[in-house]
Design a protein around this ligand. Structure first.
Ligand code: GLN
Length: 526
């Protein structure tokens, strides 16, 4: 079978949930097809790794060490795939490739132009991804909104693609907005018509229109959109506002989307949504309730902790438990009163020294008061610092990230790490294997002796302090194969005190919650 393509564009407004719509569509088709999601972003950064979380949300790290847009989190969670960094194509990467070709002399001294040279590079990249992955279906999400200058070249390339891959192998799905103005109380199609017109001006004629709306689209509005925009009436689909994004595949299916996609692409891959639906129903009917404090720095920016929020959501579904997250800003922590309200504490990842002393104090409380604690990356480092200072008597122990003059650098950059020049930095990025100690909490939670989780950090537990710290009772329950890098720590004789140098939240899935989160929530419930 030739590779099929679904091109997803958006109109009217940004933020309508194009990534979730694309991932949900993929979910419906994933039973029999190998699906590869590709996201095209118009910005000129080569990757979002160094972009400010205020602007960009969480940096999502892939197994291969790629730092990509957080939309890839949705793809992984909805499609059950592990994505690769070159499935994220930014205009910065495209221009980089074009420039390299030009320098190599590939263009034989010709004028290098947007069309065909830039669009060829975009299409060539897609073809390469499809071929190396032996993809049955490639879902291409074009970032931004039609009419933006930034995505014009991607749109033009997608228009051309129809001729290259054959018209029976590609469809265009356009996500728009159907408002119901207050006072008028009627679904309005004009923004959709105008946005489809913008798309048509670029030579793209949508096959399916998804109208984001606060209600199901009426038969009337569907037929109006159908006639003004030249799509089949059954190909106008409601993109309903929902509280829980995991409901979107169910909504799409109730609107008949998979059948339309099957018909238009001549494929057959019927969805089985029973398990998914059962899990979503569990979330809606919780039998228990807990509150967890997330103590961090950007706590007003929920997007920078998106995967942590997701991980708890997955636990909710499996443990039939409502999990309230209480966001604690540790920069100006004046009171510890919140500890009386919460069942557990999470210290998430972070960079720089701001807020760290507050976090260390919170960890001390968690340890002394036997409150379940989960540390993620920086959370592990601070737990080691706290233990070093207050249990091992290492005065002013610290990470050299916070204080490079500390007498006890229990957390430090290792010499071997200094030479890594990953993307200009010295980060340990991507999936790394850890060996788990038999009989430990983490071993029993993962149910195996070797696990791979994703990393994004520079500093490590300093091997010179392994002995003094473990002698006092902190267990290094998971390490790199050579034992040099500490990947998991835990305290025995505590309700739950576990931390990892990795970011297990990045691999949590609705069908398979991250084991550490699962274990933590279970401990909070006790
Ligand atoms: N700042 C720490 C480091 O670079 C932790 C990073 C993180 O939490 N992702 O090692």
């Amino acid at each position: 079978m030739a590779t099929k393509y679904i091109i997803v564009t958006g109109g009217v407004l940004s933020g309508l949930g194009k990534g979730i719509a694309a991932a949900s569509m993929g979910h419906l088709l994933s039973s029999r097809l190998k699906i590869v999601p590709v996201k095209c972003d118009g910005y000129l950064n080569v990757d979002p790794g160094t972009m400010n979380p205020y602007e960009h949300g969480e940096v999502f790290v892939l197994d291969d060490g790629g730092e990509v847009d957080m939309d890839f989190g949705h793809y992984e969670r909805f499609l059950g795939v592990n994505c690769m960094s070159h499935w994220n194509l930014t205009m910065g990467k495209v221009f980089d490739m074009v420039r390299q070709k030009e320098r190599r002399g590939d263009y034989l001294g010709k004028t290098v132009q947007y069309i065909p040279h830039v669009t060829d590079v975009i299409k060539g990249h897609l073809a390469e991804v499809a071929a190396t992955e032996s993809a049955d279906l490639v879902i291409v999400e074009i970032g931004g909104t039609v009419g933006d200058i930034e995505n014009e070249l991607f749109l033009e390339a997608m228009r051309q693609l129809k001729e290259d891959v054959g018209r029976n192998n590609i469809i265009y799905v356009h996500l728009t907005y159907v408002p119901i103005p207050s006072g008028v109380n009627e679904q309005k199609s004009k923004p959709t018509q105008q946005s489809v017109n913008l798309l048509k001006q670029r030579g793209i004629f949508p096959d399916v229109i998804i109208g984001r709306c606060s209600e199901f689209l009426t038969r009337d509005i569907k037929s109006k959109i159908s006639s003004f925009c030249d799509v089949d009436p059954e190909a106008v689909i409601t993109g309903l506002d929902v509280d829980d994004i995991y409901e979107i595949p169910l909504i799409f299916e109730s609107e008949g989307l998979s059948e339309i996609l099957h018909k238009k692409l001549n494929i057959y891959s019927p969805p089985d949504l029973r398990k998914w639906k059962e899990l979503i129903d569990n979330i809606k009917k919780p039998e228990k309730e807990i509150t967890v404090a997330i103590c961090g720095k950007y706590t007003k920016l929920f997007d920078s902790y998106a995967s942590i929020i997701e991980s708890f959501h997955h636990c909710s579904a499996h443990l039939k438990c409502r999990i309230n997250l209480e966001w604690i800003e540790t920069t100006d922590l004046t009171s510890m009163d919140f500890l009386d309200r919460v069942n557990g504490i999470v210290i998430p990842g972070g960079f720089g020294s701001r807020g760290t002393e507050g976090k260390i104090e919170v960890i001390r409380m968690a340890r002394e008061r036997n409150i379940p604690f989960l540390g993620l990356c920086l959370g592990l480092q601070l737990a080691v610092i706290e233990f070093g200072r207050n249990v091992c008597g290492l005065a002013d122990a610290n990470s050299t990230e916070m204080n490079d003059k500390t007498p006890h650098p229990v957390i430090d950059i290792l010499p071997e790490q200094r030479t890594v020049t990953n993307k200009g930095g010295t980060m340990r990025l991507g999936g790394y294997t850890a060996v788990l100690r038999e009989g430990s909490i983490v071993h029993s939670l993962y149910g195996k002796a070797e696990v791979s989780e994703r990393h994004r950090h520079r500093y490590e537990v300093n091997p010179e302090y392994h002995n003094p710290i473990s002698e006092k009772g902190m267990v290094f329950s998971g390490t790199s194969k050579d034992g040099r890098l500490v990947e998991f720590i835990e305290l025995p004789n505590h309700k739950f005190f576990v931390a990892t140098q990795a970011h297990p939240e990045l691999k949590s899935r609705m069908e398979a919650p991250a084991p550490l989160f699962y274990g933590f929530v279970r401990a909070c419930l006790k």
